[in-house]
Design a protein around this ligand. Structure first.
Ligand code: C2O
Length: 565
């Protein structure tokens, strides 16, 4: 056997042992506006390929993804690959004015990235204003060795469940309001895979419900995404249980529950066995909403229907659809317990030498500088409300060493944390924190206290983090370190900070570039609950931010998001 032949033979054997070779997964996303009719109204929405939710991207771990975005809408757009680690590839991350200027109308831009070392469900969405309300879709990453290598019983079928939100209003207007710190409206209804469901009707016309047909005894892997811009949801299926096996594309120790409490930005993979008596069962996504005295709106709910193969029963459509028992729509405790019960499947190596201890008080206040609007809300991290730069993205400024030209730039304050939630002073600035390459960061995320509190799903770009602990009330540095799980903490990209409580996360800044860190509730993010980490280059070529792709949208004369919006 010649040497070349041996090499070929070994390579072939290796490829066979490792499943298919890494592939190139290519998509074209045409962004355009169209009308959709719901609840007696036509609304003009911006969609990818005319779909709501948008197309699902399916890859095998190790694949390369190429997405050509063709912007046929009249506004600027960017796409973010939520949870994809983008190692040394910050240019493809997508948040507007953080890593790139928006893709202008009638222009194209191609995103290229690899999906490595992650398995499960992630998603993609527009990352400019509220556009992600209608521009989003799932990103599914299957193991290279095939479905037999799932660390859980192989499901008979995989089902994607994208929870979204339907706004009966112009999303650009909503964004402008929020950016100007005028609190906007809540969605009209959640959606399950684009459908508002039969809980919603207008003038006697009932909205369509998502339908899932199941066979008795079969196991389904639900890949669940909360793509909603505003709310956290409790998801239940009457008569059935979920076994959660992954969170944010990281495997978790199987956890059986009858409720999935999913915050905006989170993803969960869960097994559901069709083991109930044949019949029809509601699958309900109900929004969790703040308690009084915050003004009460209405129950927000989308109902889908899980129905067993009618051949095996009477199939009588008049039979009652079983409804799950739901927690009160103000009750945050299911979410607290659900998140508290997540641990990683395998033990983790949690770094113990902390280079940067950070404390972030997540809060909101009132700021009526803008036209004296009636509901002028500003959200902050500590006392600083984030402002997007307007002339150049932060990443470009970082790469070209022109950060200091950004007049609104503010380095993360060194000094005692702001624990005074009552103080009203606020600064509006482009808040950044420089991190040395490979430094270990611990952040205590303190939610607002008291009766008027709310949850905050904090999302970090370009990295996953360990969730070490969560608790209620104020974080206590002496006592609460005892609660840290340093053995098998869950690994996520979005941390649920409980209402009236705190969460501690830890990560290694191992990815050079500028990475947005923000609340995934768009009302909060757009009104200032955000900041950016600037991770410096490491010592080698592989740890240095490469140059930008050849065609990179420029902000041109019309620089700010607002001008494109
Ligand atoms: Cu899914 Cu910066 O967001």
């Amino acid at each position: 056997m010649s040497a070349a032949y041996v090499v070929f033979f070994l390579a072939a054997a290796l490829a066979a042992a490792c499943g298919a070779e890494a592939a190139l997964v290519e998509h074209t996303f045409v962004v355009s506006q169209m009308k959709m009719h719901h609840m007696c109204n036509d609304s003009l929405v911006t969609l990818v390929n005319g779909q709501f939710p948008g197309p699902t991207i399916e890859v095998t771990e190790g694949d390369s993804v190429v997405v050509h975005v063709i912007n046929k809408s009249p506004r600027g757009v960017t796409i973010h690959w939520h949870g994809v680690k983008q190692h040394n590839n910050c240019w493809a991350d997508g948040p507007a004015m953080i890593t790139q200027c928006p893709i202008p109308p009638n222009k194209n831009f191609t995103y290229r990235f690899n999906v490595i070392g992650q398995e499960g469900t992630l998603w993609w969405h527009a990352h400019i204003g509220f556009l992600r309300a209608t521009i989003h879709g799932a990103l599914i990453i299957r193991p290279r060795l095939g479905p037999n290598s799932y660390p859980f019983p192989k499901p008979d079928q995989e089902i994607t469940i994208v929870i979204g939100e339907w706004f009966d209003m112009d999303l650009f207007e909503l964004y402008e309001k929020t950016e100007n710190r005028i609190y906007g409206d809540i969605p009209l209804s959640p959606t399950i895979n684009g459908m508002l469901g039969d809980f919603n009707n207008c003038s006697g016309v009932t909205e369509d419900s998502y339908k899932l047909d199941v066979e008795q005894g079969k196991t389904y892997l639900l890949r669940i995404v909360n793509a909603g811009v505003d709310k956290a949801y409790n998801l239940k299926i009457a008569g059935h249980k979920f076994t959660v096996v992954a969170a944010d594309a990281n495997y978790v120790k199987p956890y059986t529950t009858d409720i999935i409490a999913i915050a905006s930005g989170e993803t969960f993979d869960a097994l559901v066995i069709a083991d109930a008596p044949p019949g029809r069962y509601y699958m309900v996504a109900q929004a969790v909403q703040t308690t009084e005295p915050i003004t009460q709106k209405r129950v927000l709910m989308s109902r889908g229907i899980v129905s067993y193969n009618p051949m095996k029963w009477s199939g009588d459509d008049t039979l009652e659809i079983m409804a799950p028992e739901l927690p009160d729509w103000h009750d945050e405790s299911p979410s607290f317990y659900f998140h508290g019960n997540l641990t990683s499947l395998l033990p983790q190596t949690v770094p113990s030498n902390i280079d940067e201890h950070m404390f972030m008080a997540l809060r909101s206040g009132y700021n009526c500088l803008y036209g004296g609007a009636p509901h002028c809300t500003v959200t902050m991290i500590n006392n600083i409300s984030f402002q997007h730069p307007s002339t150049m993205s932060l990443l470009q400024a970082h790469y070209y060493h022109t950060m200091r030209n950004i007049s609104s730039l503010l380095e993360y304050p060194i000094g005692p944390p702001m624990l005074d939630f009552n103080q009203t002073r606020t600064a509006t600035a482009t808040l950044v924190k420089k991190l040395r390459y490979n430094s270990t960061v611990e952040i205590v995320l303190q939610g607002p206290p008291g009766q008027m509190s709310y949850t905050n799903p904090m999302h970090l770009h370009g990295h996953d983090f360990f969730i070490l602990a969560q608790g209620l009330g104020y974080y206590n540095p002496e006592k609460d370190v005892q609660k840290y799980n340093l053995v098998n903490p869950s690994v996520k990209n979005t941390a649920h900070v409980p209402m009236n409580g705190w969460t501690v996360i830890r990560f290694v800044a191992s990815n050079p570039g500028v990475w947005f860190f923000h609340c995934h509730t768009e009302h909060h993010s757009s009104s200032g609950m955000a900041m950016a980490f600037v991770v410096e280059d490491g010592p080698t070529v592989e740890t240095t931010l490469p140059p930008p792709p050849t065609y990179y949208p420029s902000c041109g004369g019309q620089n700010s998001i607002v001008e494109y919006v």
